[in-house]
Design a protein around this ligand. Sequence first.
Ligand code: ACO
Length: 336
Amino acid sequence: MKGLRSVGILSTGSYTPEKILTNADLEKMVDTSDEWIVSRTGIRERRIASDDQASSDLAYEAAVKALQKANISAEQLDMIIVATVTPDHSFPSTACILQDKLGASKAAALDVSAACTGFIYGITIATQFIANGLYRYVLVIGVEALSKITDYTDRNTCVLFGDGAGAALLGPVASDKGFKSFDLGADGSGGKLLSVAAGGSRNPATAETLEQKMHYLSMSGKEVFKFAVRVMNNATETVLSQAGYEKNDIDLLVPHQANQRIIDSAVKRFGLSEDKVVVNLDRYGNMSSASIPVALDEAVNEGRVKDGDKLVLVGFGGGLTWGAAVLVWGTEEYVE
Ligand code: ACO
């Protein structure tokens, strides 16, 4: 980021729907048990959007909180980036719908599709626009209504996912604060391991695709698990070394919340104590692109993030994709 403006997170916000789906509820729906779900994933409950809530509705709640916290009005936003695999529609983008709901009349708006890595992709894109001086305030939201594409007769997937939204307002910060490094990656050859087969131009919706349940999310859990452990650790190492930090420098790891065992592998690899890792998957399950920003917002609200702390945000998911960032925390806006 040499010669460019330093960019950081000025505020965060999050929202999760009221309805809770517990492991006990799932025991009544599919052949599973609380014991299996907790021991294999760490998840105890997840939030489910109501019938009339789409992703933009969840995103709106998180966005308003982030804007209020920073005392920035929607009209001041230069850009809105929404990371989601569960957009309200194919188009218009969820970011455009949100732009209208917020009244962010001068903001450019676009969606990013990178599954669980979407928020990391989003903040990396946002940072470029602010760093080069084109924009000042970019709102990045990770939001999912995964319950809408989950097959609640498939025990392999339905125990894992939940709905929610997390927002971060990015803007200029002092040069000793803000994002110090990013690592983004993709391996499209693994796309089929995690996908929704129909509803796009390859398999448009027909009576047959509906009957074959091709509009639901499908996943080869074991393969994705191995991939996740590998890229999460590699991406974390890459961003640490690019920022010139050692693993002992990490004050807080905010990982994607897919599986406690995946997080444990990073905890072991980087020798982190429990207080240095944010985990909320027990309460929310995997919210894909919303997992990291919701976890970050909760950590901030609980007072776990202090000025000058070195954070690693790291995610992985469908695409396949992965991404990580090192962020030195500091929410004070830099005014030239
Ligand atoms: N309840 C009971 N048994 C189950 C359940 C369930 N809910 N789900 C699967 N099983 C069974 C399987 O059928 C299998 O039985 P079998 O041996 O008789 O065939 C057995 O449990 C073991 O299944 P595995 O798939 O080997 O279980 P594993 O230990 O790998 O755990 C899991 C599965 C939790 C899905 C894990 O592989 C995982 O977390 N994968 C990664 C998921 C992930 O990270 N996704 C990230 C991105 S998501 C996104 O981008 C949208």
